[in-house]
Design a protein around this ligand. Structure first.
Ligand SMILES: [Zn+2]
Ligand SMILES: [Zn+2]
Length: 164
């Protein structure tokens, strides 16, 4: 969404609000498309003593396989971001600032960039996910499989063969 903030730029204490759904279902991240449902965006721009502040809240569900067991897991996020909107950035690449040439900002691009920074490097279905049995592949969260895992340690196998 292109958001025209000219009225906010030109008048102190002027406020603009925007609420909309941002569709990111085609966005690839980490080999998947984690945004199955629209991102709920709520944005407020306000002129405080001549400086335009942008506050954004994004609510979204992050869907990805668990790093350990592979189970598709949905994690809800509510993330808030603040930026100062300026008409032009002079040689800076500060992420605190958003550039608004002709008083217009590309809100979708700004929100998307903020969301991507929020995403977890590690994604587990639960803190103590037991993962998969390395021998039979059973999801150990659903119960024990009965495999004797001691036998499968490749280091021990090597030791054994050396001793023979
Ligand atoms: Zn898991
Ligand atoms: Zn097993």
């Amino acid at each position: 969404m292109l958001w025209d903030l000219k009225k906010v730029f030109l008048k102190e204490d002027e406020v603009r609000n925007a609420e909309y759904d941002l569709d990111l279902h085609e966005l690839s991240f980490n080999g998947g498309t984690p945004f199955k449902t629209p991102v709920k965006v709520s944005a407020t721009a306000v002129n405080r003593a001549g400086v335009v502040d942008l506050a954004v809240t994004a609510k979204f569900d992050y869907t990805a396989p668990c790093d350990r067991c592979g189970e598709e897991t949905i994690t809800p996020f509510v993330s808030s971001f603040n930026h100062t909107v300026v008409q032009s950035l002079v040689g800076e690449n500060e992420s605190d600032y958003i550039e608004a040439p002709d008083f217009v900002i590309e809100l979708d691009a700004a929100v998307t960039a903020d969301i991507l920074l929020e995403l977890p490097a590690k994604h587990l279905c639960k803190e103590d996910c037991k993962g998969l049995c390395p021998k039979c592949g059973k999801n150990l969260n659903t119960g024990e499989c009965g495999c004797d895992l001691r036998e499968t340690d490749p280091r021990l196998e090597v030791l054994k063969s050396l001793l023979d």
